[in-house]
Design a binder for this molecule. Structure first.
Ligand SMILES: [Cu+2]
Length: 270
């Protein structure tokens, strides 16, 4: 596999210093999440906050003790009460429509081109590539120790791992997620993926990366003392590089006893 130059801009695949927004989207779901947050929720939140602030300022100015020495004894106003019930309900309906549409897109897996089985362990990840898709191997992915971090190669302390998961660009990747011990959570912000890894249960999620590069994530469920030290690194490569990597990985991980029950891709469950 050709070594890729690190040409990713800040905030692409990893956090950037001083960043307050989200990492750049690299999947249709992440784009939809960003649209929902930036173009639907934020304007509504801003308008409501400004409206409430204006009401507070008006009340302070108009009804303070000096301006309004004799307080009104009004306790009910039917029209006002109906309005402040109906308008929030209508706002919630406006939010619910894109929200449920996004949930549906996230939760209904498309026909996968590549399936990767992800197993969470205290405190590392294991990836298995099914045999019928050119894999037939599995490997563990552990935090790269600080003394092996080489920034010139694009290594990032606390995010880089010894063995990255590799997926092809522009393909539907189905991930089947489980855990061997306690509950973990497989989260890669740039892909819009966050799915719990639960012992004895197989959860699925999907993404389709649109750009090559390395995309990082972290376990997102408190899972014990090294919870902060089990990062996720997914390298997105071209289709040719992916085929080359599969061939290399088959040899490299041949000695690792393949998790037999994970050797075949499971049927898609929606
Ligand atoms: Cu964990």
């Amino acid at each position: 596999m050709a070594e890729q130059a690190n040409i990713q801009p800040p905030g692409d695949g990893k956090p950037a210093p001083g960043e307050i927004g989200m990492q750049l989207a690299n999947s249709p779901i992440a784009e939809e999440i960003h649209f929902f947050h930036n173009d639907v929720l934020l304007p509504i939140i801003t308008l409501i906050s400004l409206f409430v602030l204006a009401l507070l300022i008006y009340v302070v100015w108009r009804f303070n003790e000096k301006a309004n020495p004799v307080a009104s004894r009004t306790t009910h106003h039917t029209l006002l009460e109906v309005a402040w019930t109906i308008i929030p309900v209508m706002i919630l309906v406006v939010i619910a429509i894109p929200s449920f549409r996004l949930l549906t897109h996230q939760l209904v897996n498309p026909q996968p081109d590549v399936t990767v089985k992800v197993t969470a362990n205290q405190w590392y990840w294991s990836y298995a590539y099914p045999k019928d898709q050119g894999g037939g191997f599995s490997f563990d992915s552990l935090l790269k120790p600080e003394d092996q971090i080489d920034p010139a190669k694009g290594d990032i302390w606390l995010l880089s791992v010894d063995n990255e998961a590799v997926v092809p660009v522009g393909k539907n990747v189905l991930i089947e997620v489980t855990a061997s011990d306690v509950i973990h959570s497989f989260t890669v912000p740039a892909f819009g993926v966050r799915i719990d890894a639960v012992p004895g249960r197989l959860n699925t999620a999907w993404f389709r990366a649109e750009r090559v590069g390395v995309y990082y994530g972290q376990c997102s469920k408190i899972c014990g003392k090294d919870h902060a030290f089990m990062p996720i690194a997914v390298r997105v490569v071209s289709e040719k590089d992916y085929a080359d990597w599969l061939a290399q990985a088959q040899k490299k991980f041949a000695s690792v006893p393949a998790a037999g029950q994970f050797a075949e891709a499971s049927p898609v469950r929606n």
